[in-house]
Every structure is written in C-alpha cells, then in structure tokens.
Design a binder for this molecule. Structure first.
Ligand SMILES: [Zn+2]
Length: 124
C-alpha cells in the first residue's frame, strides 16, 4: 500500500490536547499516529455512513408511504452541528433549521430549508 500512487496525504491542524490524546492512544495500541487516524476515519465513515443512510431511508419511506405526514415546521437556530434528517446535509451550529412535527407520531425531525420546501410542495 505504501507505493500506491492513488494515496493522498491529508494534513490537518489539531489542538495540542487532541494531539496528545491521539499520540497516547497510538502508543497504547503500538501503532503510528497516522495509522490510528486512518483507522478512525475509515471506521467513522463506514459506521456513520450506514447509520445515516438507514435513518434517511426509514424516514423517507415513512413519509412517502403516506402513513404519516408532517403537519408543520418550526424554525429554530441550531445550538449544535447536526445533519438534516432527510438529506443528510451537515447543518452548522448557529444556522437556521426547521423542526418537522408529524401528525400521528411524536417523532420530530430536524430538516434543512431545502427539504422543508420540498415536503411542502407535495400536496394532493
Ligand atoms: Zn435536507
């Protein structure tokens, strides 16, 4: 893998605190910090990618099935970074998002402006 020309190098700036955490974890596992980081990123993308896909699909099919519908939206200012429940788009802390309230279930979802507008258009 070392002489693979398709590999790219990622540089990133981290705090001293984070660096210390990473390097002590790496030492503990007797691997290089770059191996540790590569493993973490790979795991993160794999696990979270699937989780997001699953949630996305479930909500989509729930809404598309007509079993329930969103009765309204409330505009909120995000207090943390989240992902849109419908399209998975990252939504930054401090930005505007919308809580969707379902008609039948108590479930609430956080959606971006695009998804809110998209759902509104679907009227029969
Ligand atoms: Zn969205």
């Amino acid at each position: 893998m070392d002489d693979n020309k398709n590999e790219k190098v990622v540089h990133t700036r981290v705090s001293k605190e984070l660096y210390d955490k990473i390097s002590s974890k790496a030492k503990k596992h007797r691997i290089s910090t770059s191996n540790l980081l590569r493993n973490l990123v790979e795991d993160y993308l794999e696990i979270h990618g699937e989780v997001w896909d699953a949630i996305d699909k479930k909500l989509r099919s729930y809404i598309d099935s007509g079993e329930d519908s969103i009765v309204g939206y409330q505009s909120i200012t995000l207090n943390k970074d989240v992902h849109c429940s419908l399209c998975g788009k990252p939504l930054k802390k401090g930005s505007q998002a919308f809580i969707g309230f379902f008609e039948k279930s108590t479930q609430k979802i956080i959606v971006c402006a695009n998804c809110k507008d998209k759902e509104k258009v679907v009227e029969e």
